[in-house]
Design a protein around this ligand. Structure first.
Ligand SMILES: [Zn+2]
Length: 284
């Protein structure tokens, strides 16, 4: 049993075969969390999750969708696997996200939300405005997660100090209603340790199959604190790099994690699945 803790199998890249991809994953004993990035993909995550046992949903507004710009997935860690698109600047409307959560028991997390300072566009003052906008929307969604008592799926790129600071201050006010996972972790070991100190889990994607940068951290971190994910259609693991990623491929990441930790594949699969289900409050 495996759990892909961060999948977008309901995105455009799967518009012709989303159902087959999800069924193929479930047949391979891979359950999954479908993650939204704005209102439409959040709503689609929830309605898709409603149709399958073993599929759950996270809803939220991704930091890159708080401002206008162009997103080219081919820039994402050298794994070409989707079409580029024009980002929309969505105004965060908490009530509309609350309505999606209220309509479905399958909504088990708020995400993906967070901060992304990677390659900010514009002048220094425009960049400051983008960072401030992202922080404002992230703060609103931390409060939403605490109000609904749901864990956060956090996207963080080149912004670990600010994410840590905001989570820590939210925890001081709202206690363990502020909890969750840092998805597709790509920061430093010191940054990972700070998130762990707040009780957050760390999730690794297929990137660990082609970069040894986090091996030492993985080796010394208790498996109970780690999750695995695909972030499909992006970040395809070895040996499928260059092709579209899908939830079933989380097995390659789990196998690699098992190799690093010197554990069996089954052990890593079942413990990381349990970790995900505990965090998302899903019956194991
Ligand atoms: Zn994602």
């Amino acid at each position: 049993m495996l759990f892909d803790s961060h999948a977008h199998a309901h995105f455009n890249a799967f518009r012709h075969d989303s159902d087959e991809v999800i069924k193929r994953s479930l047949a391979a004993k891979v359950e999954m969390l479908l993650v939204g990035t704005q209102l439409d993909t959040s709503s689609a995550a929830a309605t898709t999750a409603e149709r399958y046992a073993g599929v759950w949903a996270a809803i939220g507004l991704h930091p890159i969708h708080t401002t206008l710009g162009y997103f080219d997935p081919n820039e994402e860690n050298g794994a070409p696997s989707g079409d580029g698109f024009q980002r929309r600047a969505e105004h965060f409307d908490s009530d509309r996200y609350r309505a999606i959560a209220a309509a479905s028991d399958k909504v088990v997390a708020i995400g993906e939300v967070g901060l992304d300072y990677y390659r900010l566009e514009g002048s220094p003052s425009e960049q400051t405005a983008v960072r401030e906008k992202q922080q404002e929307v992230f703060q609103q969604q931390i409060e939403l997660a605490a109000d609904l008592n749901l864990p956060l799926c956090i996207h963080c790129r080149d912004a670990h100090d600010d994410v840590y600071r905001m989570l820590k201050s939210a925890q001081q006010r709202r206690g363990d209603r502020v909890r969750g996972v840092i998805h597709c972790f790509t920061g430093t070991e010191a940054e990972a340790e700070k998130h762990l100190s707040l009780g957050f889990s760390i999730s690794f994607s297929g990137i660990i199959t082609f970069s040894g940068q986090w091996d030492a951290f993985i080796r010394r971190t208790p498996l109970e604190r780690l999750l695995v994910e695909t972030d499909c259609p992006y970040l395809t693991p070895v040996p499928h790099r260059g092709k579209r990623n899908e939830p079933a491929y989380v097995a390659y990441t789990a196998a690699h994690l098992a190799k690093i930790k010197g554990l069996s594949f089954d052990e890593v699969g079942s413990i990381t699945a349990k970790n995900a289900k505990r965090l998302f409050g899903i019956e194991a």
